[in-house]
Design a protein around this ligand. Structure first.
Ligand SMILES: Cc1ncc(COP(=O)(O)O)c(C=O)c1O
Length: 451
């Protein structure tokens, strides 16, 4: 019987992170200070980030060594399996070979601990006692709770309100690891109180939760802020995924024609796809596709401009694909994809034609997730269902064209805490949201003037 799971030993966890910056086809526009609109200096970020992470945010070194204590924790679940989805291929009747990297096997259930562990480590080493963060789906909050617990730090999570009530057990999970989790907007911060006064019924957004977490960190000496996606250093930490995948695809004797992952802020996509950028730059015909929700179509319908990372305008301005920091996406169940912006690195590669972007409405994604679950047994997070939806389309295209494509996708997280979403899907209570064109136009009218 042929092998369908391609496993590496603990010794084969990558020892360095891959930095895509030296391989970019155009220079990265610098982040700008929110008040002066001048390029942000490292010291501008020192109030909320440790020096080592600021350095990683700006470095042009190609490979960054992973500290031994970080490797020691990653070893709890890495290397993650690479698997060929043979039964899924059969269900689709496609000649395509479909492989996936299963990041759902981490303790928190997604790729997010890959960076949470590294960020907690560097903060601890800098003497920081407490970390704050935002979370959408709850995957990132859980990951940081886990990481803070490992390194003996306090953790405070502002969880987007609609997700907080959709997934109450995520909060309990964070509490198991000793963290505190509150719905955002909250009464605990100025930013939260202001938004609640304007709209008490707001579903919340990642942009709002970031404002709260940044304000909390900026106003306490013992506290730093930690971001689960978007920034260069976060994407850097995720590149263990793609480096492992390259080694595992070799074991499988295959190379991908298409690499697919869902995109919220871009970190799981970058983690899998960036290590393939040098091969693509060297002329290999390989498509890198980021998948986003039709309700929050940052790359497919947004513009490439300087914008704030948060709702209240506290963060540096980043040049990125954006729908406008004021945009509050509809409360779709893929809470981790409800972000108005896209990582500057992914955005630049998208604008330069290295990365493609597509968007899908949620019902079609849930349908694809069900086909996958019934073929492979794995119930994925609603975020991940977007990647699977694109895999289905590409596999059916290969069938139509009679081509033996090789598709690799990132299974970014399991959906065990997302049963309320699946329940609604089965009850026929989930709807697709119209592309919120008017709301996006309004939000884009409020972009900062640096654009
Ligand atoms: C399972 C899962 N996949 C994907 C994402 C999207 O984030 P990113 O684009 O940073 O990978 C999230 C975010 O919360 C998530 O929980």
């Amino acid at each position: 019987m042929p092998d369908f799971r391609y496993l590496l030993s603990e010794r084969e966890i990558p020892k360095t992170w891959y930095n895509v910056i030296p391989d970019l086809p155009a220079p990265m526009p610098p982040p700008l200070h929110p008040a002066t609109l001048q390029p942000a200096r490292p010291e501008d970020l020192e109030g909320i980030f440790p020096h080592a992470l600021i350095e990683q945010e700006m470095t042009a070194a190609q490979n960054i060594p992973i500290p031994e204590p970080v490797l020691d924790i990653l070893r709890l679940w890495r290397p993650t399996p690479l698997q060929r989805a043979v039964r899924f291929e059969k269900a689709l009747g496609t000649p395509a070979k479909i492989f996936f990297k299963n990041e759902g096997v981490s303790p928190a259930g997604s790729h997010k601990p890959n960076t949470a562990i590294a960020q907690a480590y560097y903060n601890k080493a800098a003497g920081v006692k407490r970390l704050t963060t935002e979370t959408g789906a709850g995957q990132w909050g859980s990951a940081l709770a886990l990481a803070c617990n490992v390194f003996g730090m306090e953790c405070m999570v502002y969880m987007v309100k609609c997700s907080f009530y959709q997934k109450p057990h995520r909060r309990t999970m964070m509490e198991c690891w000793g963290a505190k989790c509150v719905p955002s907007p909250s009464e605990l911060t100025q930013a939260g109180r202001k938004i609640l006064a304007e709209d008490p019924e707001t579903p919340g957004s990642l942009g709002i939760a970031i404002s709260e977490a940044v304000e909390d960190a900026a106003t306490r000496q013992d506290t730093n802020y930690s971001l689960g996606s978007v920034l260069n250093h976060v994407l850097l930490h995720q590149t263990v995924i793609g480096q492992e995948a390259i080694a595992q695809m070799k074991l499988a004797g295959a190379t991908p024609d298409i690499v697919i992952a869902c995109c919220g802020g871009g970190s799981n996509f970058a983690g899998l796809a960036f290590p393939y950028v040098p091969e693509k730059a060297a002329g290999k015909n390989i498509r890198l596709i980021g998948v986003e929700p039709a309700a929050c179509p940052t790359m497919t319908k947004g513009i490439y401009a300087y914008d704030f990372g948060d709702k209240s305008g506290m963060t540096p301005l980043l040049k990125m694909d954006t729908l406008g920091h004021d945009f509050i996406p509809p409360g779709i169940h893929a809470g981790g994809l409800r972000y108005h912006g896209m990582s500057p690195l992914v955005s630049l590669l998208h604008r330069e034609g290295v990365v493609e972007a597509v968007s899908y409405p949620q019902l079609k994604c849930f349908e694809a997730a069900m086909t996958f679950a019934r073929a492979e047994g794995l119930i994925v997070a609603p975020e991940t269902s977007h990647a699977i939806c694109c895999v289905v389309d590409e596999a059916l295209k290969a069938k139509e064209e009679g081509k033996e494509k090789t598709i690799l996708f990132n299974l970014s997280g399991h959906g065990h805490f997302d049963m309320a979403a699946y329940e609604k899907y089965f009850a026929g209570e989930l709807t697709d949201y119209e592309y919120p064109e008017e709301k996006i136009r309004e939000a884009l009218a409020h972009l900062p003037k640096a654009s």
